[in-house]
Design a protein around this ligand. Structure first.
Ligand code: MN
Length: 255
């Protein structure tokens, strides 16, 4: 039985080629995948389940078809789509996961996370994250009229992009101590996350024993997926099929 892990697709109406590749990808797994885990930032932005639009409906329908083929689908929030709610999850046939959480995958206990939690060097971001993850803040935001939510998000986005331009790249990556602390806290020796857009398998040492940190890639210029079956795991880039007339995606350094 294969487990599939993806993250950081940053789906948006502006990047139809990514949505198309995502649909083709999950369709290719119909009937063959035991689990699909989407570890955050499926969407570039999500301002509420009532604002998912045509893209949200299309994506939910595609995911639900995979679910109908026998795959258990799980959805974790990213920093861009932390307002994904139960209504959207139900439309996908998916369950919503807490961040982080542990799953046993073919005998190995693995800590799953979007990954922004571990970017503790970015103190301003962590402060903002704590505010936006308060239930009252989220409820109040979701109660706003749609036009106001859109305007508010655009303003936040502009501010965050201006701040990111000033930040050295190291502080946008995970902090080694934060990773070690989480591995210890959950009693695991493997962490799997996305967010940083730096796909890799890192071999670490944790208290004298080997540990692993697997990082999923983003989907801006190609896809990225981790497959994990009885023989082990493989992290792969998924070449983008030839683009249509409006072919190319734009890179965005902000996880
Ligand atoms: Mn992210």
């Amino acid at each position: 039985m294969t487990w599939l892990f993806i993250s950081d697709l940053h789906l948006s109406p502006d990047r139809p080629e990514i949505t198309a590749q995502f649909e083709t990808f999950i369709e290719s797994w119909h009937g063959r995948a035991g689990h699909l885990y989407i570890l955050g930032d499926l969407f570039e932005v999500w301002l509420g389940d009532d604002m998912g639009g045509a893209l949200g409906e299309r994506v939910a329908a595609a995911v639900h078809r995979l679910h109908d083929s026998g795959t258990a689908v799980a959805l974790m929030h990213g920093n861009r789509d932390f307002l994904l709610g139960r209504r959207f999850a139900e439309a996908c046939g998916a369950t919503l996961l807490p961040d982080p959480c542990v799953r046993e995958i073919h005998g190995q206990r693995v800590l799953l996370s979007h990954g922004d939690l571990f970017c503790t060097d970015d103190v301003a971001y962590q402060r903002m994250r704590r505010v936006f993850h308060q239930a009252l803040v989220q409820r109040s935001f979701l109660a706003l009229p749609r036009a106001l939510r859109t305007r508010f998000a655009a303003r936040l986005r502009a501010r965050s992009q201006a701040e990111i331009a000033d930040k050295p790249p190291e502080i946008m990556d995970v902090n080694a101590e934060a990773v070690a602390a989480a591995l210890r806290e959950y009693g695991v020796d493997c962490l799997l996350h996305g967010h940083t857009h730096r796909p890799a398998v890192h071999r670490l040492e944790l208290d004298g024993a080997p540990a692993t940190r697997i990082v999923l890639g983003d989907w801006y210029t190609q896809g990225s997926a981790l497959t994990w079956d009885e023989r082990g795991y493989a992290l792969r880039g998924l070449p983008r099929p030839p683009a249509g007339p409006n072919g190319s995606g734009t890179a965005d350094p902000d996880g």
